[in-house]
Design a protein around this ligand. Sequence first.
Ligand code: ADP
Length: 548
Amino acid sequence: MHGLMQDWPLTVDKILDHAKNWHGDREIVSRSVEGPIVRTTYGQVHDRAKRVSNALKVLGIQPGDRVATLAWNTSRHIEAWYGIMGMGAVCHTLNPRLFAEQLCYIVNHAEDQVIFTDLTFLPILTELQAQMPCVKHVIVLTDEAHMAGVTLPGALCYETLLAQNSTDCVWGGFDENSAAALCYTSGTTGNPKGVLYSHRSNFLHTLVTMGKDVMGISATDTVLPVVPMFHANAWGLAFSCAAVGAKLVNPGQKLDGASIYELLESEEVTFSAAVPTVWQMLLTHMRENNLKPSTLKRVVIGGSAVPEALVRAFRDDYGVSVTHAWGMTETSPLGTLATPTGAIAKMDPEAQLRFTLKQGRPPVGIELKLENDAGERLPHDGTTFGRLMVKGPFVVGEYFKGDGGEILDDEGFFDTGDVATIDDYGFMQITDRAKDVIKSGGEWISTIEIENIAVGHEKAFLCAVIGAAHPKWDERPVLLVKLMPGAEATKEEFLGFLEGKIAKWWTPDDVLFVDDIPLGATGKIDKKLIRQRMADYVLPTAKAKATA
Ligand code: ADP
């Protein structure tokens, strides 16, 4: 028997409709790519997004066609995003931090017909234009005054297109399972693969993320998503802020500590979200200049594991609560958040901190399981490591164009490629990426855990641990440390700092001080590149063994 409720397709255009109708005057503030701070509202953004849809129709875009954006977080990017999706085209967010050849591969694979770009990225588009024959139009997200210096052949001016098109456009009206957006994984192994979100999956992800134990934002919040819209949809904030009517503050291209601090203060931001490296830059800026955030209450940190020192600094020095989150492009992206349960909330702050440092528990709509290489389920005892598998209505079912083949197991779970534990409070903890975990003498060593402790050393700016070949143990850990500017340290200092904090046999066999720890396109430590750079490295313990 079917239910008898209304058929109201869950399409994301309704989110912006809602924002216009019920929070039409709520502000969206952006640090524009041209420089000045620009103020607009959900009402105005809605109207301009409709003009975007009409402009795309005039350019021949049909529902299902892919339209890319190569842009920072700004109100224009939000207009393009909703304008593309509202008319049924697919918004493909391109990550400008990718290598040129990866960008080119992705654009061609997606068959993007139009690219909306910020002025910043014109040089790379000019370089690649000839290799991207599918792209018929490039629309520069700027006004005529700033088009003067644009030399890209055929480039169109965004503001001119908007002025030429009306706000009269009907959105939606299609199946909620229609594709809405496309985002490629950063391709740390093999070619990047496309995750094709549907309107329904984005809508459901939005409803879930609004929950108090998830992002928990409300109409009274002012939200600064530092996490870019091209990195897993700014963790859904371009949808959830509109859905609740939160004031939205877009940082544009300036993500350094000083610029972020300035926006936090001038716009009275209460909530923000970013990867740990961004927060590290902000903390350094605040410390060096003796500053404190005056309105910020909560930050969500994810993308890589949050170091303990970061949580303590926010909590103890600035009174800001940290929510640690885990997710991936393939999970839209939120998968788990370390928000306390009733039992954890009753614990003392130090005990609660142990849970904050884990990646957390799944909201409704996410199923998790741990399994071993034989596909057997493992216990949730907080110590047994296993492959983390995930299932739900906003989790990838297959990659765009079938890349990677069948990606779900017999029970419909997707293998995240992460290794994790789950404790008896239901808190998941990522131990490592499956490809980064160090296998020493048949046992596993978590690189993330060592890194997070090591980076708590006052002289450490960034730390990375990788496995190096060892004749007896297969692999042993090596700690790479990038020191704070001007700092000097010894190997013994760092080994002494780790002593007692990790199992003795996890102690790195070597500590190397390096000038650079490379970060990948989504702000994570690029271990693949580190391994390449260290291809000729031989452990001192391995050398000793060889000459013994
Ligand atoms: P990429 O394209 O770089 O893989 P994603 O954002 O999709 O970008 O990366 C997802 C991966 O990032 C996860 O599978 C996990 O390995 C890692 N990750 C995300 N959040 C966390 C976290 N809080 N702690 C540890 N690792 C994390």
